[in-house]
Design a protein around this ligand. Sequence first.
Ligand SMILES: Cc1ncc(COP(=O)(O)O)c(C=O)c1O
Length: 388
Amino acid sequence: MFDPRSSRRSFLRGTAAAVGAVALPALLSPRELAALEPRSARWLAGMDAEATARNAGGPVILARNENPYGMNPKAKLAFDGAFSYHNRYNSPLAAELRKRFAAKNGVPEDHVLLTQGSREVLATSVAAFGSNGKEVITPWPSYEEVGRYGDVMGLTVHRIPQTDALEMDLKAMDAKIGAATGLVFLCNPQNPTGTLLGGDTMRDFIRATTPRAMVLVDEAYHEYANDPSYRSMIELVKAGDNVIIARTASKIHGMAGVRIGFAIAKPALLAKIGGYQMGQVNPLACAAVSASLDDPSYTTYCAEQNAIGRQYTTDALRKMGLRVITSHANFVYFDAKRPTVDVRKAFETAGFLVGRAFPNYPNWVRVSIGTPDEMKAFVAALPQALRV
Ligand SMILES: Cc1ncc(COP(=O)(O)O)c(C=O)c1O
């Protein structure tokens, strides 16, 4: 039965927790903090086994470039601590997250817009810059949503095939830019190929393009890229260029279901795309992402584990004589030499869900990197699934 006294007590507790949620470290007791001590060998050793166990019970999902480890345990506690905001549209937690993300990336707060996943950055950019008779240019294949949004909005979408190295064909994209071009989409590192273009190449192309069209750079896999030539194009935002960068909490922060993304651009551009947003971001989600930003040891751990799994999987596929694109993200793209749909079915029978077929590459398969145990099992299943 509803007890107003206990309800009042929990209200007071909730208020204290909510206030603490803004200053996130206060949410954790010293004992809790010690238990989560980030890089202790015991903690890290437990992570892989825990993640594998959590992911068990159905096919191993290596299909959607998710982070198999999920969110930082500290982020989970922050989520709980922010619960008292669940019935409010507004909270200080969104402003807090914006502040932290801006500080981490060296931009002013008014250069950051929080979104419901980075997909919302893509959708609102297409709406803001691709409409009114304007056209959209996207590499192909790439993350398909920009093309899809363009299609459903009735825009002309130019899909530009990649080079033989499966990299974005900047020359061909440049040749397509004309008076009607509203938005040019770039994805770096690229999905589904995992390729990346170096910072100088990106900068030169973007600088040559912005006088003619808006440029949107999707950096969903930014944290997984460890090639020395790679740089975030946030550097161009800082330099005052007309470019929008999309980032996400879905990948390295392990929060695909939590739905937080970021647009980074000049305030006037953010105001334009913000006009197409659906509404506020979830305050609980903001608290969780803030906690994750505060603990880079966890995201570093996820990136390191991913790099090991990526190399292991790449080596195993290459040993089988298959062409594998060197990946800079949390997945590997390879030529299975058989129709993707058949290979997908064979993997499903073996207990693994791999990526869907992508346009232009009917025999290629994208496998997301899971935990080491999952990747060992995947590699063991390769000969049977590929029948080599
Ligand atoms: C390149 C790229 N951009 C954006 C997204 C969507 O991310 P979010 O969950 O932030 O909407 C994905 C998801 O796989 C992706 O691969």
